[in-house]
Design a protein around this ligand. Sequence first.
Ligand code: ZN
Length: 61
Amino acid sequence: MARDGPTSQFIEVKCNECGNEQTVFDKPAETVKCLVCDDVLLKAAGGRATIEGELLGRVDG
Ligand SMILES: [Zn+2]
């Protein structure tokens, strides 16, 4: 289902250190860390974040 509206989205990122797959907001206000090993997954960049882990894909809906 196509939707206009918020451009914000969630993405699935895999941690480079431990392989944990985490769903994260792609425009976080702060750096996002892995819940398992505390490695950095996304670095806040004043808008769309810099992805430090492996991007697996977008999460729709
Ligand atoms: Zn990790």
